[in-house]
Design a binder for this molecule. Structure first.
Ligand code: ATP
Ligand code: MG
Length: 720
């Protein structure tokens, strides 16, 4: 038997060796789906002789893509790993090859949030908007919602309108929303940049208008495999459907009990109806859980058994017995955090590595108290959220140097032209902006063209342009790591940090250099600067998930697909988890699935905790219903719960579940009611279509009415 099949169970072997046609694996948490997927890749390459470049393997995060690349490299011994990536990164690969079909250059720019903010800043300044009109994060949301829901064809304008026409739309706009939206599209086109929302749209568009290109990609991708399929959304689904149409080899794995992104447009419908959407589908089920102890598996089964809308399936444990899951109730958030940290110290005293411990929570704000106590007790920790590594000032600056060399774009120019100080301050920048506006050119070329004028006499603009020109002329063929070293050195950036005594920032730069170096190794010989920049733009905070000597803190969403030997799930209180925003039965079931994802991350030990206190609306905090959802005999309660807490909570459960059950069978709102939708915002119920089980709603921000499913997440407006 092939080595690749050793270490797999019968179903996994079937999944690996059934290479042709449409195959669906529906399997529980920790049952070896991701393992089957990566072994299948290796099997295709090693045993069948398929070229890695003809396989697309889609993972949910960049981190799992990297892990899979490493695994596959180990299994196949080949450095070429084909397309193992997230949907977004795959789209970048398509666009790098074919974006010129829509008259964009191949070295288009991929924007992250910080870049978008920098563009917003330009727009706000030009048009006299302030953060009181709209914060940047609200503006980003507004743009996203507009791109997804209100102006889904926006990209056709971006592609079709020449820059000056786009600029005119921006200048003609009057309402802040319009100014921001058109200003942003204009800024985007100006430097040929795309944000996450654009990537799939552009690819689908190119495929729809250019059959030759579509066929090229369809033919190239002989085998397509997708992990975490239960969380696929409509655009991703459309993309995948186009891609597999030629060879008709599609392999998907997922667990409907782990659908946790419906709030962002994902739908479990796609995995459940896979057999109706495609022909001759073969379905493989796997229920053995290899990850966790029987004690943890039992708790997870007990919890998810409370969901009504699911196909009933229990995970079967195989690992030997270990300790029971512990539940601790604390009087205050501080006491909860102290208890957790004391337990962690105990684990460490017993020889457990800090890197094998994770603390998970429903929402970021819960981490504050934990951080305080961890700091006080001097327990090293790392948060995988909040300010992301790649958004730190020094990292952005360093990357801006690289970007300016490759693209000479305005964003990077604005960021680093005067860092370190070159005496190109506000007045001179304004001069360049005016010149660029009048002459329809970039800021960098404005500087090049006016460099001899009086205004730049007492500046270091000459040296700056010389530096960038020197690197622009010579960077091709140079490893990115060398380029980065050289530019940080010759630009005076590192010297500046050293003079400032910013050791932490220098350390971060060292870490960046290390990550570039690792990237180069991972992608083999052909690693261009442009590849690297596109890669970095798509990284998220979890991608830096290493750190052997610190406790990992993250939200449950972030922990999806991962495992940590010892898991603490904290803040398991009503109003926190389930979130107080949960208003429908569907919503409550998604919260429960999220708790299920949290429980099933732990192979060895699981601790769940909650604390009394107040919610944002002033209500008292009770232990979460999810604790009482678990058979009491399966948990060790560290302290007996005060009856009032249990009583109140039980009351709470029945009343809200009653409300939720009512909602599942019919409408809860009536015409005239004001409601809030988590994505579309506020609106009024106009009518009810019972036959379609839908409300007809006029949203305040939308021109036309929308039909919204009874089951959608709606709340009464006054509840906010
Ligand atoms: P999730 O639903 O959380 O994504 P999953 O189904 O993808 O989980 P994996 O991450 O592939 O599960 O596997 C879970 C754990 O079980 C891993 O540590 C993996 O190495 C181990 N494992 C998977 N299959 C087997 C097997 N046949 N024998 C022994 N261990 C296995
Ligand atoms: Mg997995």
């Amino acid at each position: 038997m092939s080595d690749i099949l050793a270490g797999l169970n019968e179903q996994q072997r079937q999944a690996v060796t059934t290479t042709e046609g449409f195959i669906r694996v529906i399997a529980g948490a920790g049952s070896g789906k991701t393992r089957a997927l990566s072994h299948r890749f290796a099997y295709l390459v090693n045993d069948i002789g398929i070229m890695p470049a003809n396989i697309l393997c889609v993972t949910f995060t960049n981190k799992s893509a990297n892990e899979m690349k490493q695994r596959i490299r180990r299994l196949t011994g080949d450095s070429d790993t084909g397309y193992i990536s997230t949907f977004h990164s795959f789209c970048v690969a398509v666009l790098q090859e074919d974006i010129n079909t829509v008259q964009y250059p191949k070295n288009f720019l991929v924007l992250d949030n910080a870049d978008i903010d920098a563009m917003l800043k330009i727009i706000y300044e030009e048009r006299g908007l302030t953060l009181r009109h709209m914060t940047f994060s609200k503006a980003r949301d507004m743009i996203e919602i507009r791109k997804i829901f209100k102006d889904p064809e926006y990209y056709e304008h971006m592609i079709a309108l020449p820059l000056d026409k786009l600029q005119q739309r921006y200048l003609d706009a009057v309402e802040p929303d319009d100014i921001i939206f058109w200003g942003y599209l204009y800024q985007q086109k100006k430097c040929f940049s795309l944000d996450y929302n654009d990537l799939i749209k552009y690819v689908l568009y190119i495929f729809s208008v250019n059959e030759v290109i579509r066929l090229k990609w369809q033919k190239r991708l002989e085998y397509i495999m997708i992990d975490e399929y239960q969380d696929i959304d409509e655009l991703q689904y459309r993309l995948m459907k186009v891609l597999c149409a030629y060879h008709q080899n599609l392999f998907i794995v997922g667990d409907p009990d782990q659908t946790i992104y419906t709030w962002r447009g994902a739908s479990v419908w796609y995995i459940l109806n896979f057999d109706k959407e495609f022909s001759n589908v073969r379905t493989i089920m796997m229920m053995t859980n290899y990850r966790s102890t029987p004690q943890i598996v039992a708790v997870a089964n007990s919890l998810i058994g409370n969901n009504k809308h699911r196909i009933k399936k229990d995970l079967l444990p195989v690992l030997p017995d270990d300790t029971k899951v512990v539940y601790h109730h604390a009087k205050t958030a501080e006491a909860e955090a102290k208890w957790i940290v004391a337990e962690i110290k105990q684990l460490v005293a017993n020889g457990i590595k800090l890197g094998d411990i994770a603390i998970l929570y429903r929402a970021h704000y819960i981490s504050r108290m934990l951080e305080e106590v961890l700091l006080k007790e001097e327990v090293p920790y790392k948060i995988y959220s909040g300010v992301q590594f790649f958004n730190r000032m020094e990292i952005k600056d360093a990357l801006s140097y690289l970007r300016l060399i490759a693209y000479k774009d305005d964003l990077s120019f604005l960021r680093i032209a005067n860092v370190p100080k070159r005496n190109i301050g506000e007045r001179r920048m304004k001069f360049l902006q005016d010149y660029a506006m009048q002459n329809q050119c970039s800021l960098y070329s404005a500087l090049e063209r006016t460099i001899d004028s009086e205004i730049f006499k007492s500046t270091k603009a000459q040296q700056f342009v010389a530096l960038i020109e020197r690197f622009s002329a010579g960077y091709q063929g140079l490893p990115v790591s060398e380029l980065l070293n050289a530019v940080l050195d010759q630009s005076g950036y590192e010297v500046m940090l050293r003079t400032e005594g910013s050791q932490e920032r220098l350390d971060n730069l060292a870490e960046l250099k290390q990550s570039v170096y690792e990237y180069e190794i991972s992608c083999g010989e052909e690693c261009t600067l442009e590849d690297y920049l596109a890669h970095v733009a798509l990284l998220t905070n979890t991608d830096a998930l290493s750190g052997q000597n610190s406790v990992k803190l993250m939200t449950v969403h972030t922990a999806k697909g991962l495992e940590f030997l010892h898991v603490f799930l904290c803040g398991l209180a009503e109003g926190v988890f389930p979130s107080r925003k949960t208003a429908t039965l569907e919503g409550m079931e998604e919260e429960r699935r999220l708790a299920f994802v949290a429980f099933t991350r732990a192979p060895k030990a699981l601790f769940i905790t909650d604390a009394e206190g107040r919610n944002f609306d002033g209500s008292h905090r009770y232990p979460s219903r999810f604790i009482f959802n678990v058979d009491k005999a399966l948990l060790v309660y560290t302290n007996e719960l005060d009856d009032s807490l249990v009583y109140e909570t039980n009351w709470n459960i029945t009343s809200s579940e009653k409300m939720l059950a009512a909602q599942a069978s019919g409408p809860v709102f009536k015409p005239g009611d004001r409601i809030v939708h988590s994505i579309l915002g506020s609106g009024a119920v106009i009518d009810i279509e019972y036959d379609k089980a839908a409300y007809v709603i006029k949203f305040d921000d939308l021109g036309t009415m929308r039909k919204i499913n009874f089951k959608a997440k709606l709340e009464a407006e006054s509840a906010f």
